[in-house]
Write a protein that binds this ligand. Sequence first.
Ligand SMILES: [Zn+2]
Length: 88
Amino acid sequence: MCQSCKQLHIYNNFRSTLQYSHEISKIRALVKLGDMSVEYATMPLEQVSGEIRGYYRHELRCCLCGQRFAVWIDTSDGSGGLCLLDQQ
Ligand SMILES: [Zn+2]
């Protein structure tokens, strides 16, 4: 992780949808800056707003250091997290 992507917090499990939303807003800002790119998404980042309900997953790559991340939430069973993915 580099100066840019270390702004993201690793979570084994989000305690609330607010924590999830907070990470998504940081990711959105990094993508806007061009520091991070979206590799997989169940829906566009911009559409993740308001009430969080259902299953959302995004896979991202830091454009500066190449680290890959996954962030997801599933409100049906309360699971979710932000983790590092192996580099490919
Ligand atoms: Zn990075």
